[in-house]
Design a protein around this ligand. Structure first.
Ligand code: GLC
Ligand code: GLC
Length: 668
């Protein structure tokens, strides 16, 4: 039986409003309890399982009720939906496979598991990496060899024909794209990964469905119940009013955020592509339906759900419809449901927005982990300027996160690079943000004189002059140009740039995430234009197909430093990962900047319990030095050893770094 007793809350000093809410939550749960009881009996649920669910329900009910009440309490059918949501959660728990329930227990006892320095991530497209899920199973040894313990598979569910935005236009969350395999293949892969100690990350694309999802098809056939799943308008009145305050995310696809649908003779809200229909979360039926899809995805064996496009999930007239408070409440409500029914599941936020907004999604009660787009953009900014001042300033007040949460640090992903640093951070250093973004765009599209980068524009907006950047890590870091010019010195520098950025992502605090292909220094793939379904989207330039023949270059009879460029990058990255995993100081998030007095040198100390490790990194193509005394105080020692090379340093002298060199220093 449910205790229906919010004892922890009842005792404390509550305001009148809170007391009222406790009373409402309590009474509602009492009314729902008999209905849940019927469910347990109908399903003949083992009393122990029922008990475990009810303990967690009791713990999270007050929060869940409050969140849903704020979002949907004014609806005529609120109680109906609440009951449905509760039964949905109970069913998810009852159907949860035993091995996942075991994992739940394990992770509830170790909620900070993702803070370990042993977690190192990789992301890939199944078709481009290994053709299909079956063959991906055969690549587990490859991931282990590289040192990966976290794998993000880009969306692999059934999609619409033709352009599907790289899998982000989903027509059925319960079936795998037949070209990649079946749900059973996915389950098998998840199990195999777990046995290999690799956590599985999949997307929860909950802002929109494809236009051929069953709900969208029913809407198109005139079914009102399903038209209410989306934002659909008979004429331009509402769209025009909304447009006054909206940004355009994909301006080269179409102007504005709405798409005319010929069949329905109506306008549909489409933040991204025309075929991606935004879901209407003001309708609780949508919340409940997507909770079911979430639980289904979780049941395949997923450890982490990547919440796609979180910023856009709630709209309100007169706002930019991004990062609204209700978007947070919505995610928190999904979080509470997961805590109740699938307690080992955690969320990763994909909010590629202003840094002040990015952090608002990060909390144990919302998304436990998050992409770190500000760090990503500013690492590229530092490479272009050879100056770490803006990066340091941003890190000084933006790196620290609440306990039990973590950054996911990446250099490239399947998406573009946008210059999402804070204008005020820049202004404080006398940098005009608008001009600086123009400079960075010119630099990374290779238009700036002396630029090493070979990127291309993404979503160039003729009206605002805005654009984002596409290109692989290697092409943006200069390898493509160097190879083309046959310039050996530049090749060397470009390799160093790539490793420098990896050296930071792997040490600064949080989960490092590689986009596979980086380990080989893969260049831009210009062939994407040959495929009509991809030609209109330059992000395909940095989503190259894995070339397995590269593995032959890993010939170990070649001495260190010899062999192909690819071999060198692979082996260096593999070594960095292995060293990271052995450095306890690299666990968790705690990072203090060290003032080097040199604008080209980034330095920080990582602290975990009694462990300390100092990172020193030269973002300039010239040698740079720092007074050793500066390290003595933060490193609490006089002599240090670089754990990557074994080289030793005394703090009584200057420490000198060659072009793009970086050190991971331990006290000796
Ligand atoms: C996310 C994805 C991106 C996609 C968009 C729409 O931002 O990362 O690739 O285009 O959502 O789903
Ligand atoms: C926008 C969105 C981001 C998405 C990107 C795709 O920047 O904010 O979520 O990844 O577009 O290009």
């Amino acid at each position: 039986m449910i205790r229906s007793n919010l004892s922890g809350l009842r005792g404390g000093n509550l305001s009148a409003d809170q007391r009222e809410r406790v009373y409402q939550a309590d009474l509602t749960l009492k009314r729902l309890a008999p209905r849940l009881q019927v469910f347990w009996e109908q399903m003949s649920v083992d009393p122990q399982l029922q008990h475990e669910f009810e303990v967690r329900l009791d713990e999270h009910w007050y929060d869940l009720f409050g969140l849903l009440y704020d979002l949907y309490g004014a609806r005529y059918d609120f109680f109906y939906h609440l009951e449905q949501i509760l039964i949905t959660a109970a069913l998810a728990w009852v159907n949860r496979p035993d091995d996942l329930r075991e994992l739940d227990q394990h992770r509830m006892n170790d909620p900070d598991w993702f803070a370990s320095q042993k977690i190192v991530g990789g992301a890939l497209y199944v078709d481009l990496f290994s053709e299909n899920l079956g063959k991906l199973c055969d690549s587990i040894d490859y991931f282990k060899e590289l040192g990966l313990t976290y794998l993000h598979l880009m969306p692999l569910f059934a999609v619409r024909p033709g352009d599907n935005d790289g899998g982000y236009a989903i027509s059925n969350y319960r079936s795998v794209d037949p070209r990649l395999g079946t749900i059973d293949d996915l389950r098998t892969l998840a199990t195999r990964l777990r046995e290999a100690g690799i956590v599985l990350v999949l997307d929860f694309v909950f802002n929109h469905t494809s236009d051929d999802h069953q709900w969208a098809q029913l809407a198109q056939s005139g079914d009102l119940e399903y038209q209410n799943f989306y934002y659909i308008y008979p004429d331009r009145t509402m769209p025009d009013q909304y447009e006054r305050t909206l940004r355009e995310i994909f301006p080269t696809v179409r102007r504005g955020n709405f798409t005319w649908h010929d069949g329905m003779q109506q306008w549909v809200w489409t933040t991204f592509n025309n075929f991606q229909w935004d879901l209407n979360y003001t309708n609780p039926a949508v919340f409940r339906a997507m909770a079911e899809e979430m639980f289904f995805i979780a049941s395949t064996g997923v450890d982490i759900l990547r919440l796609d496009a979180v910023a856009f999930v709630w709209k309100r007239m007169g706002t930019n419809c991004e990062n609204l408070p209700e978007a947070h409440q919505l995610i928190q409500a999904f979080n509470r449901l997961a805590k109740i029914a699938t307690p080992s599941l955690i969320f990763k936020s994909e909010a590629i927005v202003h840094p002040d907004d990015v952090v608002k999604y990060i909390s144990p009660r919302e998304c436990q982990i998050s992409y770190n787009p500000t760090l990503m953009a500013l690492l590229w900014e530092s490479l272009a300027t050879r100056n770490v001042t803006l990066l340091s300033r941003s890190l000084s007040h933006r790196h620290s996160l609440p306990p039990h949460t973590s950054w996911v640090n990446y250099l490239r992903c399947h998406d573009d690079i946008g210059w999402t640093f804070d204008d005020a951070d820049a202004a404080a250093l006398g940098i005009n943000a608008y001009d600086h973004r123009q400079f960075l765009n010119r630099f990374y599209t290779g238009q700036y004189e002396g630029s090493f980068a070979r990127g291309v524009p993404f979503q160039e907006n003729a009206a605002t002059g805005d654009m984002r950047i596409a290109g692989t890590l290697a092409s943006l870091a200069g390898l493509e140009l160097a190879i083309e010019q046959g310039d050996e010195e530049e090749k060397e520098l470009s390799i160093r740039r790539m490793l420098l950025l990896q050296g930071i992502a792997l040490s600064i605090g949080g989960i490092p995430l590689l986009y596979l292909g980086e380990e080989w220094g893969m260049l831009n793939d210009y062939d994407f234009v040959k495929d009509p379904a991809k030609a209109g989207d330059t992000r395909w330039i940095h989503r190259p197909k894995m070339k397995w023949e590269f593995l032959q270059e890993l010939d170990d009879t070649i001495g260190p430093g010899g062999g192909s460029i690819r071999r060198r990058i692979f082996r260096s990255l593999q070594n960095l990962i292995a060293v990271r995993k052995n450095q306890q100081a690299l666990s968790g998030q705690k990072m203090d900047l060290v003032h080097t007095g040199n604008p080209h040198l980034l330095s920080f100390v990582r602290i975990f319990e009694s462990y300390r490790l100092i990172v020193l990194a030269n973002f300039s193509d010239q040698p740079q030095s720092v007074d050793g005394n500066r390290l003595r105080t933060v490193g609490l020692g006089r002599f240090f050893k670089d754990v990557l090379t074994g080289q030793e340093f005394g703090t009584s002298e200057d420490i000198e770094l060659s072009a793009y060199e970086f050190l991971w220093l331990l006290r000796i």
